[in-house]
Design a protein around this ligand. Sequence first.
Ligand SMILES: NC(=O)c1ccc[n+]([C@@H]2O[C@H](COP(=O)([O-])OP(=O)(O)OC[C@H]3O[C@@H](n4cnc5c(N)ncnc54)[C@H](OP(=O)(O)O)[C@@H]3O)[C@@H](O)[C@H]2O)c1
Length: 319
Amino acid sequence: MWVYLLAAAALLAVWWLHRDRQEVGQVKDKFVFITGCDTGFGNLLAKRLVRRGFRVLAGCLTQKGVDGLQSSNTSTLKAILLDVTDCSSIQKAADWVQAEVGEKGLWGLVNNAGRAIPIGPTEWMKMEDYLKVLNVNLLGLMEVTLTFLPLVKKARGRIVNVASILGRISLAGGGYCLSKSGVESFSDSLRRDMQHFGIQVCIIEPGFFKTAVTNLEGIENDLQRLWDRLSPEVRESYGQNYLAKYMKAQQFSMNILCDGDLSKVTTCMEHALVARHPRSRYAAGWDAKLFWIPLSYMPTRLSDFLLTLLLPKPLQSVQ
Ligand SMILES: NC(=O)c1ccc[n+]([C@@H]2O[C@H](COP(=O)([O-])OP(=O)(O)OC[C@H]3O[C@@H](n4cnc5c(N)ncnc54)[C@H](OP(=O)(O)O)[C@@H]3O)[C@@H](O)[C@H]2O)c1
């Protein structure tokens, strides 16, 4: 009996691997538009897709980003300025992409642009802090998607949305985890609604990687700003040394967690764009697969206990 079960499981695994490795052809005719290509995953993905033969259209927040990508002098890589929080900038980029792709439509839309700060204890936040992050990571992603959807529909293409493992488990206050949880939810409804038109939607869930988003200097400078504007009563409830302890604990965990190999993420994005049968979700990085995803399924008491171990307790904690 066990032998039959094992043989069936092995056959299923072989079938799945075979199916997972099948690729679409003719990538030379396929256009992919990526947001947030100045640095990090977006920048690396743009270069890797060019090497694979795709025609890449890159959105960058800064002129430096545009110039950097265009200096490669590759006719299959073109870049444009794009701020995903600005409707007119999104429309301008969509018109440019429409002119580039013509009747072929857009094979791939990769919503990668994002920011993390302000991030920190919830009580330290104001609404404007949430909006700074939500406007880019969630509302910007939604507006880009809705604006580019007709182009993707024409090509029966793919939408690849970069969420995060923090969209499954909220590790810190501020708009980041909230926005990534929203990206998961938006992508799930989009996938079900657009499957009828041959559009596939994939979610990328990276763990922690060394990029500008996880740069501690920026995060710590912003934490100091949040701390400085707290009322004396709130600051007292945390204790005068709290901020220093918080930063030290954060440095310790980020140094352990952050992976320098960004290709673990771009490989997932590439699979989502070239596979005949792309997956709905891609967890990228050892921490995502072995720690954060299992943790997200644990009982709340246990996951809360483990997560509170990562950060110091406020002075007036009653626990
Ligand atoms: N690194 C990680 O550990 C990690 C983990 C999970 C998910 N992610 C997600 O992965 C994506 C890429 O981040 P990354 O890690 O590669 O960091 P990154 O190097 O900072 O990339 C983010 C890109 O988005 C751009 N951007 C910021 N605001 C924008 C706006 N309003 N409009 C258009 N572009 C904007 C940034 O431009 P500037 O460089 O000019 O600011 C940058 O090029 C983000 O969605 C991030 O949340 C990262």
